[in-house]
Design a protein around this ligand. Structure first.
Ligand SMILES: *[C@@H]1O[C@H](CO)[C@@H](O)[C@H](O)[C@H]1NC(C)=O
Ligand SMILES: *[C@@H]1O[C@H](CO)[C@@H](O)[C@H](O)[C@H]1NC(C)=O
Ligand SMILES: *[C@@H]1O[C@H](CO)[C@@H](O)[C@H](O)[C@H]1NC(C)=O
Length: 506
């Protein structure tokens, strides 16, 4: 009898667990995760399959890439074995979409294009209303068959790489007509756009695109690489001089100035770095100056010269017998490693937290990553020891809670535990849950998905920090405290109107 009860209980438990659905990020911003599905062919610990994905870290997952069929002008699989179930294929499409049963918060979309698909075919497809209609019809069938939630356009790039100047206008027509066809079905329409100024000028009518796209995924990376002939940051927060247009901040300002709604802009961050080999044994290196050889070195998994996934970079750092020295380039907010002539510029938890914070200051829609398959998804790397995760947050948070006006603002927020927040922030406690800042202690010396966790934690903290600063502004206004710059208070610059306003006056 007892045995039977136990069995009944166990069956009950199993079915409860079975039916359980799991949630995603709680901060309310989007976290768009691209998967480069060819990661399934990488050797050893670089191999990434659906089973390695942690869907609770993303709000949107983008399957990359489908291609464009030159003759039918329709969307097509580029890897029928991996994407489909035909001939014992691995059913990539259906497998990813099926995750939504356990993770109902997820939106799963398909990206078409990418670097290798080029621009010419897209230029032809977008050229006439008839061609666009063929494409749109094929997309509707495709989305319906595989049950994707929408389409992500990755035409790299209109009006460039064998494209034509007219592509810029035709891209808007394509996006408009797709949106109209999607509306009755509720499908999502997004696009990944290149972030270099030259590309943005030539390829995109930002204002119009922003009207029809649900989200704009800005590819804020590949600003620099060996093609420059000098060492540089893959994704610099700021440029190396005032007229340097190749930076994350410049791209954000450009979009907002050109009529993109901030909440539609999603800031792309790279989960990879760029590698360089110096021409000589220069003592000191300077970004944008120090000459490098034509090609960089490769990582063991991605095997592409000049490129290394974060999962490859962090293995180098973890390796006790490696000789990398650790550096931080302040202007671009970029970490880099050096071993003799070899350099890796990349993004880690610290640089990513700074980017996230910037995105939140501009009220952007969220963060996108290229690509989740090069985070340390297996948890093989040691915790980032050199760069303190969220360093900048901790510092500014401590300054906030020491500020007398801030203390008043905290009280007026009616947080029952304002004192606790002060205390916890000093102990590096900074994850918001149930309206309290709570300590987030790393549970493992080898945490997995370090960068994705950094994105979610930094988003939560940045939003909280912003909420408190906004409240502080309100309290200041109420008390008619003179609102003039106070060099003694480090927060005054950040309390001034968002920097975009200053750009309009240029
Ligand atoms: C698929 O796999 C099964 C079992 O391994 C095998 O019997 C069958 O012949 C395979 N079908 C094709 C089309 O390869
Ligand atoms: C660690 O680094 C050393 C020296 O660079 C290298 O010979 C060795 O293969 C590396 N080990 C691993 C596991 O990558
Ligand atoms: C904050 O910390 C101080 C010193 O550790 C302690 O005396 C105080 O009670 C704490 N405040 C709260 C609200 O926990």
């Amino acid at each position: 009898m007892v045995k039977l009860l136990w069995i009944a209980f166990l069956i009950g438990m199993v079915s409860v667990l079975d039916g359980q659905t799991l949630g995603g990020p709680m901060h309310g911003k989007v976290v768009v995760c691209y998967i480069g599905t060819w990661a399934t062919y990488r050797p050893g610990d670089g191999q990434f399959d659906l089973e390695h994905l942690e869907p609770s870290l993303c709000t949107h997952i983008v399957y990359s890439f489908a291609g464009l069929d030159e003759t039918t002008l329709g969307i097509k699989s580029l890897d029928t074995w991996h994407d489909l179930e035909k001939n014992n294929g691995s059913s990539g499409y259906r497998g990813l979409v099926a995750l939504k049963r356990r993770y109902p918060h997820l939106k799963v979309t398909i990206a078409i294009g990418g670097w290798n698909e080029g621009s010419r075919k897209f230029s032809t497809m977008a050229e006439t209303a008839e061609n666009r209609a063929k494409f749109i019809k094929s997309v509707l069938v495709f989305l319906d068959v595989y049950k994707f939630d929408g389409l992500d356009l990755d035409w790299e790039y209109p009006a460039k790489r064998d494209g034509r100047p007219i592509d810029r206008a035709n891209f808007v027509l394509l996006v408009k007509e797709l949106k109209e066809a999607f509306e009755p079905k509720g499908y999502l329409l997004t696009a990944a756009l290149g972030a270099g100024k030259e590309t943005m000028d030539a390829a995109y009518d930002m204002h119009k695109l922003s009207r029809y796209l649900d989200f704009i995924h800005m590819m804020c990376y590949d600003y620099h690489g060996t093609w420059d002939g000098v060492v540089g940051a893959n994704a610099p927060l700021r440029g190396t001089s005032d007229d340097d247009v190749l930076s994350v901040e410049y791209t954000i300002k450009y979009l907002l100035e050109n009529g993109v709604s901030p909440y539609k802009m999603v800031l792309g961050v790279p989960l990879y770095g760029r590698t360089f080999i110096l021409n000589n044994d220069a003592q000191d290196i300077e970004f944008g100056r120090t000459p490098v050889q034509q090609t960089g070195f490769k990582g063991p998994y991605t095997r592409e010269a000049g490129f290394m996934g974060y999962n490859e970079i962090c293995m180098e750092i973890t390796n006790k017998s490696s000789k990398w020295t650790h550096h931080w380039h302040d202007q671009s907010a970029t970490p880099y490693l050096r071993d003799g002539k070899r350099i890796i510029t990349y993004d880690n938890t610290r640089s990513i937290a700074i980017k996230v914070k910037t995105a939140m200051e501009y009220n952007l829609g969220g963060i996108m990553v290229w690509s989740i398959d090069t985070d340390d998804f297996r948890g093989l790397c040691e915790k980032d020891r050199e760069t303190e995760t969220y360093h900048e947050f901790v510092q500014s948070y401590n300054r906030i809670v020491d500020d007398p006006i801030m203390k008043k603002a905290l009280k007026s927020l009616n947080l029952p535990d304002a004192g606790r927040i002060e205390n916890l922030s000093r102990q590096r406690a900074y994850v918001l849950s149930n309206n309290k800042l709570q300590l987030r202690l790393p549970t493992s010396q080898y945490p997995n998905y370090a960068l994705m966790h950094a994105i979610n934690d930094a988003t939560t903290l940045a939003l909280e920090e912003k909420r408190i600063l906004d409240e502080m502004n309100r309290v200041m206004k109420q008390n008619e405290i003179p609102d003039e710059p106070d060099s003694a208070n480090p927060f005054y610059p950040r309390l001034s109107p968002p920097r975009i306003k200053q750009m309009h006056t240029k």
